[in-house]
Write a protein that binds this ligand. Sequence first.
Ligand code: ADP
Ligand code: MG
Length: 847
Amino acid sequence: KIQLLKANTEGDLSNDVSKHFSVIVDRDPAVQEARLKLPVCGEEQVIMEAIRNNTVVIICGETGSGKTTQVPQFLYEAGWSHPDSDNPGLIGVTQPRRVATVSMAKRVGHELNLSEDEVSYQIRYDATVSDKTRIKFMTDGVLLRELSQDLLLTKYSVLIIDEAHERNLNTDILIGVVSRVLKLRAQLSREDREKIQPLRVVIMSATLRVTDFTENKTLFATPPPVINVNARQFPVNTHFNRRTPEDHLSEAFKKVCKIHQKLPHGGILVFLTGQNEITQLCRQLRKKYPSLPANASKKAVADEKDGEALESQTEKIQPGKEDLENEDIDLGENQVQEDFDLETDSEDDDDLGFEEDEMEQVDDAPLHVLPLYSMLPTEAQLRVFEPPPEGSRLCVIATNVAETSVTIPGVRYVVDSGKAKERQFDMNTGVQSFQIGWTSKAAADQRAGRAGRTGPGHCYRLYSSAVFDNEFERFTKPEIQRMPIEGVVLNMKSMHIDNVINFPFPTPPPRDSLSKAEKMLGYLGAVNTTTKQITAFGETMSLFPITPRFAKMLTVGQQHECLAYVIAIVSALSVGDPFIQDYHLDENRPGDEEDSEDDLDQQELSNFHNESAIDKQKRKLVRKKYYQTQVKHSSLDPKSDIIKLLNVVGAYEYAGGSSEFCNDSFLRPRAMEDIRKLRRQLTNMVAANFPGVNVCVDPKMAPPSALQLKVLRQVMMTGLIDCVAMRQDVVDTEGGKGQRFKNASNVPYKLMWSDDVAYIHPSSILYGQEPPPILVYTELFKSTRTWLKGCTTVESKWLAKIGKSLCTFGRPLEYPKPTPIAGKPNERLCHVVPNFGPKGWPLPPLQ
Ligand code: ADP
Ligand code: MG
């Protein structure tokens, strides 16, 4: 505590904050009684003292110890945000998740006996903020947007950054920005400083790693004090499955049934990965245990229905980045049968870890099943805090929102699927997707801990201890380390954080990858290369939840009614290669042996290995034929792998999206479905954000005209402007030396900014044709050689226009050396500007 009293020198302590102000709060006696039991209330004095004496304070405490609901109340009672006090600014609280933002605002309002006007929330689509607001809960995304208007955060007297342990990109950036805000405030002249009220920052975290915040000197020069709140935690018995089931959903169903039928009273909390799974399990459990009092169940279902309506509505509005972070994006897997035969259970994993005499036969007792996920309407969310109907057992099926952000009372049994839906990125292509994977050990322990809040509990892990030991990471990686850096940089620029290189990230990405990303965004025209600020063009790009290259294509894609095609293309590129590769099956085509299998799904792989030699031979023939048909089909424009991709998407939709078509065409059905979903999402986003733009909502598109195909290749080039490769012999001969290569399949290409040469990959449609003098590629693939994948033939005179800044004209052998253009270049084409708008912007294609 002595350490706490030592003032933190950073910031603006000279502007003292009131010490003896208190506000009388008229709490409901029941509320008062309950809150006094919370561990954090025992530390009220220490916490308040620390906040008064330090600019930044870190509060660490087990989930459920009362941080989120109580700390704002301590501040409120001590006069913070009171108009007559020395610190009349708002008490701001940020949350990474929308569910928690709304429910915590409501809870604190309820505990303080204040209205929604006074304890308000603001999330992307909804706000209750008014002039009377004293405590404001908001998502960190909302505050980041606010920061671009008011960098000094003059509206706030104290800012609480909650759930910092989650290490979301937004939270990390927010902590970085806020550390700069404090520095800026400290640098103000005394006079200026007196014009604004002092600001205190409180970072709250569950008891996970906080050293990233305390030991990072660029963040806070003096390490902020850490207050540990010791919550009483009852022992939790953890039981692993003996084997790890394929289908965690049906396993969870069985486990819940067993717990409910055999174990003494106490709530059950099940962790699944998303809305889809949750709704399914709820439905199954309600079907099996329908004995909920009729009214309550009807009401619950009606509220959830609202949620579904809301869900489809939001899908239409189609949100930006923040919404992609939502854990509820429907991945559409896990089709589970409605009924399980409990009798056929294997002996394995039957053990609940209880002695016979401890078990009760509670057969047919009602089970009060409630879902909890972000898109659920607030009403339905808050129901988890209500006591279940008399005589019934509470069973909450939740996403990892119940891991640390929301504490559900009365939970004694936790059923942990061990899975979480996480945003993942392909580091090569920058492709974003939602993947279900194992969570971390820290997160699993956190989940288990939920069973020990009110008494000793049990956690049933639906996976084996070997899986836990070997496959779970220690901690969940900070999101910033999982994202391709160009996306992060564009994100930050759109928040007007211009100097990304020196930005105080809690976990900084490598410096040179930051400057590379910044450079690339410069080429794409998203960032002004001198001022390093985002351009209007970049602002538009940053609205799309895809990698900047693809966002660029989308943003220029409106010309010549190409937008629907461009959307299809970027969706396909974002999802990744839908082809089951065939090139390695053909001995006549000298592919690279080593890379032959990495594009296959595991499932496909195993099918593939189990094939008999004859089948293999057959398959090979079919594929070869297929491949040739593909080429022929694309003969409209055999100049681009990307156009081939477009052909496939178009053909798939014409075939009604059937899995037969996929089988016949050697396409991965999952990938094709994902492409369709992303197309729909991007189409909706364009329609919602750019009202004048005509986008084709019908998934079936007419094939593009020859003119459009040409435009499309140019649009692709705008996004791949720094991925240009030129035939080595063309470079050489134009420089007056060297010779033309004879063997068309083996022509080396020279890469920009590199002495490396690369070759057209056998999977490319360009392979085996007369190699174009110049091309752009989507991927460099290194194995025995460097391969160019996703190639598109372009023309050097386009380069001179689209990528003018990357060209050197006039002198020989400067790379790339475009053919000089006759006449005055079309200036409008040099700067490809966003052309979303009521009028559109028809351009002639480049010649
Ligand atoms: P922390 O932020 O430390 O995880 P919280 O402040 O969220 O803890 O929770 C403190 C307590 O308040 C928990 O026991 C939780 O169950 C309870 N609580 C939170 N919200 C509600 C609510 N809407 N209704 C009833 N109890 C709630
Ligand atoms: Mg909390």
